[in-house]
Ligand binder design. Structure first.
Ligand code: NAP
Length: 306
């Protein structure tokens, strides 16, 4: 089957780092246009607004949105109204209700909406889920600490309303947690540290039902820590390096202690969903973030400057 045409919107850090190379290598997709106010991709037709692209290129069947969450809704709505399939970066939007509205619109239009969670595609996540399926979990702890200056250099939107602060990476951990646990948990309490000059938290500590806890921090310098450690009645299991390395009983079992490409698998999944005429929109990671913002105790901390 011929590759389907895609327009990539928001030519910024993640588009350049991951989407463009994944599309270049994809047997399913051809990057046929970009929409970005300033970014372009060599050899690809470039538009600066979505309405013009949708009108000019009816041959492009899918729109992939790599924008930050706040501006994303208007672009997704325009693409769905124009009858195009839509793929959303994580977090899928700024609010839960707007994603429900997009899902309803996609259903009415008979097109696919895929809310991606790239960390769920990491190598060891599916094996971890399979290992935990018949275990009794006694406690679990997430440590998700990284340097915001490395992963979001100068990106002030992460500290603006809707940017989610440390939950921008933390939601990746929650996307893995909600995938691998045999039964869902719910938030019981949270502490959120807000820099005195910012609108979103730079650190968060969460406590869930089932003795599940999480520690998210954007102030770690040097190597990041992206670990989920689970204790069961049959011994410990850990996922390290963002879900890429599985340890059972304290010993490496599968995968590697390195970040592996997740985006080719996301685009392959999107092709499967389009072929099957289905959508995939799981908001459970974002529900935990919304709950933390609702329930969390707010602590003011030092000002943050990039
Ligand atoms: P980014 O580089 O700051 O933004 C991506 C592009 O979006 C920008 O280059 C900009 O392009 C466009 N944009 C920004 N604000 C806009 C606005 N208000 N209206 C219209 N367009 C706007 O961000 P990013 O790091 O790529 O992150 C984008 C999404 O990918 C986020 O949801 C993030 O969570 C996710 N993600 C990021 C990473 C990472 O390592 N950074 C990893 C995985 C997933 P123009 O100015 O040219 O329009």
């Amino acid at each position: 089957m011929a590759a389907m045409k895609v327009a990539l919107v928001g030519i910024g850090k993640i588009a350049v780092d991951q989407h463009v190379p994944a599309l270049a290598a994809s047997p399913d997709w051809t990057l046929a246009a970009t929409v970005s106010r300033s970014g372009t991709v060599d050899g690809v037709e470039a538009f600066t607004d979505i309405a013009t692209m949708l009108a000019a290129r009816p041959d492009i069947g899918m729109v992939s949105l790599a924008l930050p969450p706040v501006p994303r809704f208007a672009y997704a709505e325009a693409a769905l109204r124009a009858g195009r399939h839509v793929m959303l970066e994580k977090p899928p939007g700024a609010t839960l209700a707007e994603i429900h509205a997009l899902q309803a619109l996609a259903d009415r239009q008979g097109v696919t909406l895929y809310a991606t969670w790239h960390s769920r595609i990491a190598h060891a996540v599916a094996p971890a889920k399979a290992w935990l399926a018949d275990k009794t979990i006694t406690r679990a702890h997430i440590t998700w600490r990284e340097d915001v200056r490395k992963w979001h250099p100068g990106q002030d939107w992460v500290f603006e309303p809707g940017g989610m602060g440390v939950f921008d990476p933390g939601i990746n951990a929650l996307s893995i947690l909600t995938e691998i646990l045999p039964a869902p948990v719910h938030l019981r309490s949270a502490e959120l540290e807000f820099p005195e000059n910012r609108q979103t938290p730079i650190a968060a500590r969460l406590a869930f039902s089932g003795h599940v806890t999480a520690d998210f921090d954007w102030r770690q310098t040097g190597p990041q820590t992206w670990d989920i450690e689970v204790e069961t009645t049959e011994g410990p299991m850990a996922l390290r390096m963002g879900g890429n390395l599985l340890e059972i009983g304290g010993q490496p079992s599968l995968g590697a202690n390195t970040i592996m490409d997740e985006y080719p698998a996301l685009y392959a999944r999107m092709a499967e969903l389009v072929a099957a005429g289905r959508s995939e929109v799981d908001l459970s990671p974002m529900i935990h973030v919304a709950d933390a913002m609702t329930l969390g105790k707010r602590i003011t901390t030092d000002a943050f400057h990039f």
